[in-house]
Design a protein around this ligand. Structure first.
Ligand code: DX5
Ligand code: ZN
Length: 222
């Protein structure tokens, strides 16, 4: 039986008028990490929030703040996100020409370093940074919006990432379209952190624990 994956609710799908309460509600409902989606209207066609919002949430939670940076350029903002309370920062391989420098900067700030790859980006983009990362984020939708349909080719890509990392202590996270129906296949392929927005926050706070359990339940196979 595969170990139960970590569940990282994306607060992008929460009620922003009650952000702090929403984050605490998913924590009590069983969230392992909190996934924070940062979008700049340039790297992706949507804008969300920045370091001040993370700083406001930080005192309310001891959970790992998993900050997904969908921004370009990246490096000039890493320190601000670190100071705001990020525990890990994930940069996109497509966001600029100096991925290795960004990863060094994240580790230099004492934070966990992640690389995200878009659906069209081959896993080879990771080949020469494997000793500089703590996490690979396989995007299973095109980044920018919640609520999109899971791209099935992501499953084979997760398998390839699992082979590529060759036993290194690197998390494989998957983000986009994760539901109780898609969770099992990505965990079987090798993912150990599942980001979920819509599938966690649907139905309001009374449903969060049930929603998280339903995603985990999909991964409890023999
Ligand atoms: C998409 C974001 C995701 C998004 C996932 O660009 O990176 O984290 O919130 O949302 P769902 O789970 O609804 O696909
Ligand atoms: Zn994300």
């Amino acid at each position: 039986m595969a170990p139960s994956p970590l569940i990282a609710p994306s607060i992008l799908a929460s009620d922003f008028s009650r952000l702090g309460e929403e984050m605490r509600a998913v924590e009590s409902a069983g969230a392992d990490w909190i996934h924070l989606d940062i979008m700049d209207g340039h790297f992706v066609p949507n804008i969300t929030f920045g370091p001040p919002v993370i700083a406001a949430l930080r005192p309310l939670s001891d959970k790992f703040f998993d900050v997904h940076l969908m921004i370009a350029p990246t490096d000039a903002y890493l320190e601000a996100f670190a100071e705001a309370g990020a525990d890990g920062m994930t940069v996109h391989a497509e966001a600029g020409p100096h991925l290795h420098r960004s990863l060094q900067a994240i580790r230099g700030l004492g934070k966990k370093a992640g690389v995200a790859i878009n659906p069209a980006t081959p896993v080879e983009a990771l080949s020469y940074v494997l000793d500089d990362i703590d996490l690979v984020l396989v995007m299973s939708v095109n980044p920018g919006f919640g609520g999109q349909a899971f791209i099935p080719a992501s499953i084979e890509k997760i398998r390839q990432v699992r082979l590529l990392i060759e036993g290194r202590p690197i998390h494989i996270e998957v983000d986009g379209g994760i539901t109780p129906d898609t969770a099992e296949a990505v965990v079987r392929a090798g993912a150990d952190v599942l980001v979920a927005g819509s599938a966690v926050f649907k139905g309001g706070p009374e449903a969060y624990a049930r929603n998280i359990e339903a995603i985990r339940g999909g991964t409890q196979f023999a």
